[in-house]
Structure formats: C-alpha cells, structure tokens
Design a protein around this ligand. Structure first.
Ligand SMILES: Nc1ncnc2c1ncn2[C@@H]1O[C@H](COP(=O)(O)OP(=O)(O)OP(=O)(O)O)[C@@H](O)[C@H]1O
Ligand SMILES: [Mg+2]
Length: 421
C-alpha cells in the first residue's frame, strides 16, 4: 500500500445533500484529492424516497470528485443514518492461548473472533447487520485501549452492532451501483460526527454529541473514551422550516429562505421592532416581526432538545433528581452540536437551558477542509476521514498495510461475515 497508494472513497448519504471525499493512503499518510457535495431531494430522513434523484445526485457527486490521474475506486465507505438503524450493544469473548508467550500474543484474528461472537444477535426478519463498532476491549478483565500485540489469555470486546432495514439499505445500494460503486462498508453518521467534531479528551471525559440535520437528529454519548449510546431521531431543521411555513402561510422554500436569512433562537436579544417583508402564498405582501419568527424557531428547537433529553432519560443517561430537575452524572464536559441546524444563532443557549450543561457548536477537527464544506453540516463526512486517519496512525506495525488496501478491517465486517458465517 505504502508505495503504490490506495485510493479510497467516502460517500455520505444525507437528507439534504450527498457528499464525498476521494483520498489516498500513500507512504502511511493520507492525501485528500477532492471533496464535494450535491444537494438532493432523493433522500428523506436517511431513506431513499426517489431512486432516480438519488442516482443522479450520486452521479453528479462522482463527476465532481473525479481527479485526473487518480483512479476512482469501485467501492466506497458509505455513511448512513436513519431511524431504521439500530445500534445494539453486544459482547464477544475469545480465548487467546494458554501455553507459551507467543501463543498469548493478541492478533487481528483474535479480535475478529471476539467481534464475530459479539455480532451473534437475534434479528427481526427484515433487518441485517451492516457494521460492528468495538467500543471497549478488555484483556484478562482489564480495560485496554488497543489489544493488538498485547499478551493475554482472554480477550473481551464491548461492541455496537449496527443493523438496518434490508429494503432501505438495498435502495442505497441500487443507487450506488448505478454509478458502479459497491458499498464495501457502512459507517454510522453519529459515530463519525463524533470523530469529526470531538477531541479525544472530550470523548474521554464524557460528552454528548447531537447532530441536527435536515430530517434527522443523531445522538452519540461518550464516557471514558467509550461510546455508550447512539440513536437517530426523526426530527431536524426541516421541522423548523415546516413550522415557519405553517404559521406564516408560506411556501416551504420561502420559509427555508426566511430561516436561513433571518432565523434565530434568541428571543431575548432579537430586535423586537424589526420586521421582514414577506410574500404569502396568494401573493399578498405582509411583514413578519423578527421576534415572531424567533419565537416559532425557538419553540421547535426546544422540542428537538426535549425529545433528545427524553430519549437519554429513557436510556438512564438523564434522571429526575429529588427536586424533579432532570440531570445527569454521566455527561461531564457537556453537549456538542453539529449538523446544519447547529448554525442557528442562539441554539447553544437553548441547549444549555434544556440540558443544564455547557453547550458548544462543534468545529471540524480535520484541518484542510475546503471553505464551502468547513461547517458543522459536514462533521460526519470529515469525521470519517479523521477516523480513518486515526486508525492508520494507531497501526504502527502496519496490520492495515498487509492487506494491500486501506480498509477498516474491523468495521468492514459485512463481507467478512458473508464469507465466514
Ligand atoms: N445557517 C443556518 N441556519 C439555520 N439552519 C441551517 C443553516 N444552514 C443549514 N441549516 C439547516 O440545516 C439542515 C441541513 O443540515 P445538514 O446538512 O446537517 O443535513 P443533512 O446531513 O443533509 O440531513 P440529515 O442529517 O437529516 O440526513 C437544513 O434543515 C437547513 O435548513
Ligand atoms: Mg446529517
């Protein structure tokens, strides 16, 4: 891999846009050749609703990513989200070897065996396993960061097994195949957004990442460097737009423009006398006060955060204290917001109020992002780049190299299971 270079392709299926990165691993470093995005109306809440439009958006994206002299890979790592995805916690154990020191050395095969066991879960008929994310390893009952090349007798793994609705996944595959791209692995967007916007120290301390996109809100909770919870809710920026359209009798496209140009959640400091001229559906001209617009937006943003908090409460990550206040012991650093909706002015103050925790807008960790993509909307896409880079750096003995290609051997489990089970 080192000398020749191995191009890789990342494609994110978002509800408002399909985005991608074409890169290459060369001499154990990562080069980004191109990146870009194409707006789409073919996807809703992470699910294909128009196969033709999705195909067209993917084709356009690939055209945009094409670089002279760089061979376009025939397979891609595909970032997905949607409420049909379930990220189920599971465990796997494998014994290493008990005789001599050499036999006790933990290899890639041992890790694969532990993960293989972790994925042995019972699934409803229409669901399939798409990936497995190891969240913690234990060697002889002691937590370790990376088990490779350590000595041990028993290896245990805590993992999240991501499952998807077979039909929804199949539609994404069909759309990709029309551009001759095979999905070689699937990556779950909230996990990737965490890599995109959270520094390791935040993940080590305890943090909740909330990615509010167009149709979905992704949640990922980290404690002591370990992923402990993920969820995708079907709510997002489009609900804010729909509220504006409904209350002010506007077309959705006009409501969206109004939100982007004048939207804020800050109902306190907004100029209460300031008005914006609008043209309603029948052509009548009206004015709307900035305060009224902010009230509509804030109400929905509060609802989104309350829905997130309820979900966390259901999963025992928040609880009501004696005085009835909703609180948490787990999330110590606070909340980091990503996704396009996190660009709404005043949103972090609303987050602070609802979660009673410090709240920040995530900025992208990857340093060389083109200007038009350097926003929290692209946290998961660039997070996948960061994730792959981290894996490469954490692979000092070159295990990944030995395959002759850059694939995340753990997460690239789909084919592995197909051939091994
Ligand atoms: N400056 C802004 N102010 C308010 N909202 C914004 C702003 N920029 C983008 N948005 C909203 O962000 C949403 C798109 O966010 P994002 O690009 O993260 O979505 P997505 O990843 O395509 O969708 P999903 O995550 O639901 O699949 C839209 O609802 C858009 O209106
Ligand atoms: Mg998104």
């Amino acid at each position: 891999m080192g000398r020749k270079g191995e191009p890789f392709l990342l494609i994110e299926i978002g509800s408002s846009k399909i985005s991608g990165v074409l890169g290459e691993i060369k001499d154990r470093d990562m080069i980004i050749h191109s990146s870009g995005f194409e707006p789409t109306t073919g996807i809703s809440a992470g699910v294909v609703v128009s196969i033709d439009e999705t195909k067209t958006s993917i084709k356009r994206l690939l055209r945009r990513l094409k670089v002279k002299g760089v061979k376009m890979p025939k397979s891609a790592s595909v970032l997905i989200t949607g409420s049909h995805l379930q990220n189920r916690p599971s465990k796997g154990i494998t014994t290493i070897g008990e005789n001599n020191h050499k036999e006790r050395l933990i290899s890639r095969k041992h890790v694969e065996n532990a993960l293989k066991q972790a994925k042995e879960i019972h699934l409803p008929k229409e669901e399939e396993i798409v990936s497995i994310f190891p969240s913690a390893y234990y060697v002889n009952d002691k937590p370790v960061k990376k088990p490779y090349n350590m000595m041990g007798v028993r290896l245990e793994v805590d993992a999240f097994v991501l499952t998807a609705d077979t039909t929804h996944l199949g539609n994404i595959e069909i759309a990709l195949l029309s551009s001759n791209i095979r999905a070689k692995e699937y990556l779950y967007q909230p996990i990737m957004a965490s890599y995109g916007a959270l520094i390791n120290e935040d993940r080590d301390t305890g943090v909740i990442l909330i990615d509010i996109g167009k149709d979905t809100t992704d949640i990922a909770v980290w404690e002591e460097g370990t992923l402990i919870f993920t969820k995708t809710l079907e709510t997002g920026g489009q609900d804010i737009t729909n509220d504006i359209a409904q209350v002010l009798h506007l077309r959705k496209s006009d409501a969206e423009k109004l939100k982007l140009q004048h939207g804020t959640c800050d109902t306190e400091t907004v100029d209460k006398k300031s008005t914006i001229p609008i043209e309603v559906f029948d052509g009548d001209k009206k004015v709307v006060s900035k305060k009224e617009l902010a009230d509509i937006i804030r109400a929905r943003v509060e609802d989104i955060f309350l829905e997130v908090r309820d979900e966390l409460r259901k999963n025992h990550l928040f609880y009501a204290d004696r005085k009835g206040n909703i609180t948490t012991d787990i999330i110590s650093i606070g909340v980091v917001l990503t996704g396009g909706t996190s660009l709404l002015p005043g949103i972090k103050e609303v987050g602070k109020e609802i979660f009673k925790l410090p709240c920040n807008i995530g900025s992208l960790r990857w340093k060389k992002v083109p200007q038009d993509m350097n926003t929290p909307s692209f946290a998961s896409l660039w997070g996948a780049v960061e994730y792959k880079y981290e894996q490469l750096k954490n692979d000092p003995i070159g295990e990944l190299d030995r395959e002759g290609k850059f694939e995340m051997f753990i997460e690239n489990i789909k084919d592995f299971f197909k051939t091994n089970i």
